[in-house]
Ligand binder design. Structure first.
Ligand code: PHE
Length: 467
């Protein structure tokens, strides 16, 4: 078998040219996982789980991760590494003169939409690191804690200050480039984050009444499942793994010939789900133990968590730890979001990385102002587009529409345009990996199962068909 592949073997490989890539497999895992793990785990996963009924929602989300998220991630790696280019350039290289590069544009649009609201939430997190460290959140009553968050979110100045500080931080890291910026930061932050989460879990699980929270997390109630809930779970799977919008195409293009891309995708997805569950275990047992409601919505992290930590010994220390951890996670994810337009502008428009970063940040900051000022009670709080605030509209558009549509196109591109033999070649590193059985399953999923599932969930969730 191996000898059959020998002639192809010699031909197989990618010339990295002048492009800088990740330095090692550990660097690849750190950067990819650093992109996946973020506010999605600590903010979105818990509040969406709380709003959508707990374990049943988590189950749908896990199914989507396994059968759609992981295959889309492998597909993006294949595209990026084969083309050695950014998310638009890759399609232009692999399908010259064809409209496929439009998929890359959707990705860039998603990156801007996501950054607009993500930097707002990350700004609240940075503010909460500061506020909890200075003791401003210590010893407050439930009402006062809710009031403190409301005051921050509805102020026209403070959240913008924090949001721009976030943008500046991420921008500075990105200008250091792939190895010194992305790799170095994520390698340091991830282990730290893991340890801090375990500390919070231990605290939460040792509270009296922790069981009810665990039940909420692990005992499914299927009556809560609707078309929109399934779409939300699928959207979360895309959002969580940073797929469907070109981040993983860009990161795939920084991978060397020896990386085992399917294995990387599976490992990253497992680790990412694990972090979400750890975050859930840190939050829900405590929520129930202190008699709070799990469906608090986006403010869950900012109101419930301080109240929870305030009502226990050493709470103020844990509070600082928790928000510091969230800030680390958010920063790693934003680095990868910003890298999408920066790589595009740098490679396709011949701008320096610095200029590309500045331009991207200005656009993201501009859209971010809209998201931030549209929070309830803020200056644009009553303006609505499609019946939603700017913040919610950016969130819904990117997570529940653009990323699934992007993921659909990516599957179709790899499954049909590149086709089965290119898949075997690329994802087995020219026959060097012994994974052809696995790749057959993967090929079936990207050609048929995933595209059909995405279309059905999308149409059903948007109410365009009724199942
Ligand atoms: N996966 C990140 C999170 O869960 C968000 C993200 C989405 C990052 C898309 C990059 C691209 O927080």
């Amino acid at each position: 078998m191996a000898s059959d592949l020998e002639p192809q073997n010699r031909k197989w490989g990618h010339s990295l040219g002048k492009r800088q890539g990740f330095s090692s497999s550990l660097g690849v895992i750190a950067a990819t996982l650093g992109s996946a793990v973020g506010l999605g785990n600590i903010w979105k996963f818990p509040y969406l789980t709380g709003e959508n009924g707990g374990a049943a929602f988590i189950l749908v989300y896990l199914i989507c991760t396994a059968f759609i998220g992981i295959p889309v991630m492998i597909s993006e790696f294949i595209i990026g590494r084969k083309a050695q280019s950014n998310c638009i350039g890759s399609f232009k290289k692999l399908a010259p003169g064809k409209p496929w590069f439009f998929t890359g544009w959707l990705g860039v649009a998603s990156a801007f939409l996501i950054m607009a609201f993500y930097t707002d939430v990350a700004g609240w997190v940075y503010a909460y690191v500061f506020n909890s460290a200075t003791g401003a959140l210590t010893g407050l009553s439930a009402d006062a804690t809710a009031g403190a968050f409301q005051k921050l979110a509805s102020s026209p100045i403070a959240p913008l200050f924090w949001q721009w500080l976030v943008l500046l931080t991420v921008g500075v890291i990105i200008t250091f480039g792939v190895q010194k910026g992305i790799e170095r930061i994520t390698k340091t932050l991830l282990p730290l984050l893991f340890i801090l989460l375990l500390v919070c879990d231990f605290r939460s699980l040792t509270l009296p009444g922790a069981m009810q929270g665990l039940e909420f997390l692990f005992k499914p109630d299927f009556s809560k499942i609707t078309g929109l809930v399934i779409l939300t779970a699928m959207g979360l799977a895309f959002f969580k793994l940073s797929v469907g919008m070109g981040t993983m195409i860009t990161y795939g293009s920084y991978m060397g010939d020896k990386e085992n891309m399917p294995a990387t995708a599976v490992r990253v997805a497992f680790a990412d789900v694990f972090v979400s569950i750890l975050a859930g275990i840190a939050i829900f047992p405590a929520v129930f133990a202190f008699g709070f409601k799990p469906e608090a919505g986006p403010s869950l992290l900012f109101i419930t968590i301080p109240m929870v930590f305030n009502s226990m010994p050493l709470g103020s220390v844990f509070l600082v730890i928790f928000f510091l951890l969230s800030a680390f996670a958010a920063t790693g994810a934003m680095i990868s979001l910003l890298e999408v337009p920066v790589a595009f502008l740098h490679e396709e428009k011949q701008l320096s990385r610095k200029a590309a970063t500045i331009i991207s940040i200005l656009i993201m900051g501009g859209m971010g102002v809209l998201a931030t000022l549209s929070t309830q009670g803020n200056l644009l709080g009553s303006v609505s587009i499609f019946g939603k605030s700017w913040f919610d509209a950016f969130d819904f558009m990117s997570q529940n529409i653009l990323m699934p549509v992007g993921g659909l196109l990516i599957c179709l591109f790899v499954g049909w345009k590149l086709g089965p033999s290119a898949i075997q070649q690329e994802a087995s590193n020219g026959g060097q990996l012994n994974n052809s059985g696995l790749l057959k399953v993967y090929t079936f999923i990207v050609r048929f199962a995933a595209p059909i599932a995405i279309i059905i969930v999308l149409l059903n969730g948007l109410g365009l068909i009724r199942l």
